[in-house]
Design a protein around this ligand. Structure first.
Ligand code: PGA
Length: 257
């Protein structure tokens, strides 16, 4: 049994004030249902406010959008795992395609961050996914395999089990073009197989896999009903508390868990 995990990646949106308004509306829509795990991932500047506002809930967890691989020191502009832990952050998005493409993050750097997160007991939401050119040239499995092997290198079984892997085809992010449920399921099944190869099938069966890329209230239920899709990492649609609440509801009802 894998508990559904729905995450709102706000990216570079939402001031502190907007965060407070959003959470009030979102909680009014969804209540606090422990059947699913909901992760709110605001920008760093809103983490403290969000942490305070969700402190009394059971189902809402806090996530960060990035983290330094270093523990502390002269790294201007960076934020450490300890700083995130102080605010009761539980999850951290690592390897997002925007970090890979716009900020030059390599597989090796992402692996260092994934390991640093586990060392600090933060759970990575580790993102993988192919570009359109890679899909069109038949390289989906090669790319996913490389990203998984590099990103999860050096982790023990327990750490891999506590990592959430997000399959985010780059061509579907922010484009309105979603992977079909079949395309997504195929990639998820492949990812689970690769994880089984790195650990064993028991561990792989317990790892939660999220789909990300233009998830909306209108397509969430279908995606989440696929056997290997255990949740969603939602960008654009998570900025509207009602839309994200709808997606969370889809996660509760899409399939028996
Ligand atoms: P999107 O973003 O839902 O806006 O496509 C998803 C993501 O980048 O995590």
């Amino acid at each position: 049994m894998r508990k559904a995990i729905l995450a709102a990646n706000w990216k570079m949106n939402m001031t502190v004030e907007e965060t407070a308004t959003y959470l009030k509306h979102f909680l009014a829509e969804t209540g606090d249902d422990t059947d699913v795990e909901v992760v709110i991932i605001p920008p760093f500047t809103s983490l403290a406010k969000a942490s305070e506002l969700i402190a009394d809930t059971y189902s809402l967890k806090l996530g960060a959008q990035n983290m330094s691989a270093h523990k502390a020191g002269a790294f201007t502009g960076e934020v450490s795992a300890t700083m995130l832990r102080e605010l009761f952050v539980r999850y951290v998005v690592l390897g997002h395609s925007e970090r890979r493409q716009l900020f030059g993050e390599t597989d090796a750097l992402i692996n260092a961050k994934v390991r640093a997160a586990h060392e600090a007991s933060l759970k990575p939401i580790f993102c993988v996914g192919e570009t359109l050119e890679e899909r069109d040239s038949g390289q989906v499995e090669t790319v996913l395999s490389r990203q998984l092997r590099a990103g999860l290198a050096g982790l023990g079984d327990k750490e891999i089990q506590e990592t959430v892997v997000a399959y985010e085809p780059v061509w579907a992010i922010g484009t309105g073009r979603t992977a079909s449920p079949q395309q997504a399921q195929e990639a998820h099944a492949f990812i689970r197989g690769e994880i089984a190869g790195l650990t064993d099938s028991g561990v792989a069966e317990r790892v939660r896999l999220q789909y990300g890329g233009s998830v909306k209230p209108g397509n969430a239920a279908q995606l989440l009903s696929e056997p290997d899709i255990d949740g969603a990492l939602v960008g654009g649609a998570s900025l509207d508390p009602r839309d994200f609440a709808e997606i969370v509801k889809a996660g509760k009802t899409a399939k028996p868990r």
